[in-house]
Design a protein around this ligand. Structure first.
Ligand code: FAD
Length: 397
């Protein structure tokens, strides 16, 4: 049996950033990953990093988004890791007059709170993004939002953890977890680990791990899917999105006691269209948006891909003529109330979780990991984690 002070389960963005920060603080850390680092959601996402800044009264969302951007910048600008990070800015397309009124109010409210957002005419948006559709009523512009290659970034966090002294062990699936005296016994395919502190960072798979500890962790896997064109000459410069889904979800989030909020398809019925995309450094234009509960199925749904492609072409009309060359999907960790689950697990002083990062865990993961590391290191919960407290939703079985 291998003993360690802290054992982190999961080699996605949540696990690697937590392991890195704890190792930097001098802890003995082992990270276990069943596949390779970034082999699930953290490696297949769109790489979009939403950032509106800290605002005047930063809440949990501002900490997770603006805080993560500072950590991404440290990793690339100070430590020299290249993962294609770029503070490109983002445009979110407005399709109707009703959406325009909603977006105008949103921009006024958020900028009044000190966040970085502007309402642009289509003409001004086209000065930034020349292929944007001139017929649209307008765009929201987020000048400090960013983008990066998610697999490279997650592996860079894993490497930073290693350089700080963490052991990063891939190819070990955790199959058993039990309390053992003052710590935990962790069984993997082929090995046993003992740890004083346990951290679950297993994304969409936190629920089965929680069951091994006698806990119900209400995290539901939600399929997200994407498509890509062949590499093209530089044609899309900002991150591209649309306000339609946020506009619709504000009226009805679709949440019930079995279903997380803010899905695009529920019980086979389309609720809204969601859109995000960008052009990668190698020239592919990638877009995605659908969110659907389909168990562990990671097969893309061609119907949803077509809806998403039509939505993207409404914003960037040249995409109508560009064929799709590949599609893929991954599973996102959605909590049932839609909020992150970051903190100490109920009933155990030494068991923690960092998950529930839903559809924006790439952009929010680094600060989620750092806040959890701060909690573990000091024994005191950072005040902003009150809103992410696992005690609100995790129950004993
Ligand atoms: C198609 C798609 C597009 C997305 N686009 C964006 C975007 O543009 N911007 C954004 O911010 N977010 C985006 N997201 C969401 C984001 O990817 C996730 O929120 C985030 O990656 C979750 O990170 P995680 O570390 O919690 O989970 P994961 O990355 O899934 O990592 C969990 C890890 O735990 C491992 N694991 C699970 N069970 C075990 C076990 N028993 N033993 C050992 N290891 C185990 C898994 O193999 C996995 O590697 C997107 C997601 C998808 C699927």
């Amino acid at each position: 049996m291998t003993s360690t002070e802290i054992l982190v389960i999961g080699g996605g963005i949540a696990g690697t950033t937590t392991a890195w920060r704890l190792a930097e603080q001098g802890h003995e850390v082992t990270l276990l990953e069943r596949g390779e680092l970034a082999s699930e959601a953290s490696g297949v996402n769109a790489g979009s990093i939403t950032n509106l800044g800290w605002g005047r009264m930063p809440d949990l969302q501002s900490y997770l988004t603006a805080g993560s951007v500072e950590i991404f910048k440290r990793l690339t600008l100070d430590l020299g890791f290249d993962f294609e990070y770029r503070a490109s800015g983002a445009l979110s397309a407005i399709h109707t007059d009703e959406q325009y009124a909603w977006a105008r109010d949103r921009a006024l409210r958020l900028s009044g709170q000190g966040y970085s957002v502007e309402l642009l005419t289509a003409r001004d948006a086209r000065a930034l993004e020349p292929h944007a559709n001139p017929e649209l009523p307008g765009f929201l512009y987020y000048p400090i939002s960013a983008q990066a290659n998610p697999a490279q970034a997650t592996r860079a966090f894993g490497e930073a953890a290693r350089r700080s002294g963490a052991k990063v062990v891939s190819g070990h699936e955790v199959t058993g977890l039990s309390r053992d005296g003052r710590g935990f016994r962790v069984t993997t395919t082929g090995h046993e680990f003992g740890a004083r502190i346990l951290i679950l960072a297993a994304g969409a798979w936190c629920r089965p791990l929680g069951r091994m500890l006698g806990l119900d962790i209400p995290i539901v896997p939600v399929r997200g899917q994407m498509w890509a064109t062949a590499p093209l000459a530089p044609s899309v410069f900002l991150k591209i999105a649309a306000v339609e889904s946020a506009f619709d979800w504000e009226r009805d989030s679709g949440r019930d006691n079995r279903t997380p909020p803010e899905l695009t398809i529920k019980d086979g019925k389309r609720l809204t269209r969601h859109l995000y995309g960008r052009q990668t450094r190698d020239g592919e234009i990638i877009f995605g948006g659908d969110r659907q509960v389909v168990g562990d199925d990671k097969t893309p749904d061609p119907g949803g891909i077509e809806v998403n492609r039509a939505h993207a072409a409404d914003v960037l009309p040249f995409l109508r003529r560009v064929p799709i060359t590949r599609t893929w999907a991954g599973l996102m960790p959605f909590s049932l109330d839609g909020k992150p689950i970051i903190g100490r697990l109920p009933g155990d002083e030494q068991a923690y979780i960092v998950s529930g990062l839903a559809s924006s865990g790439f952009g929010r993961g680094p600060m989620a990991g750092h806040l959890l590391a701060e909690f573990v290191h000091t024994g005191h919960r950072p005040h902003v984690l009150a809103d992410a407290d696992p005690a609100r939703c995790v129950t004993s079985i």
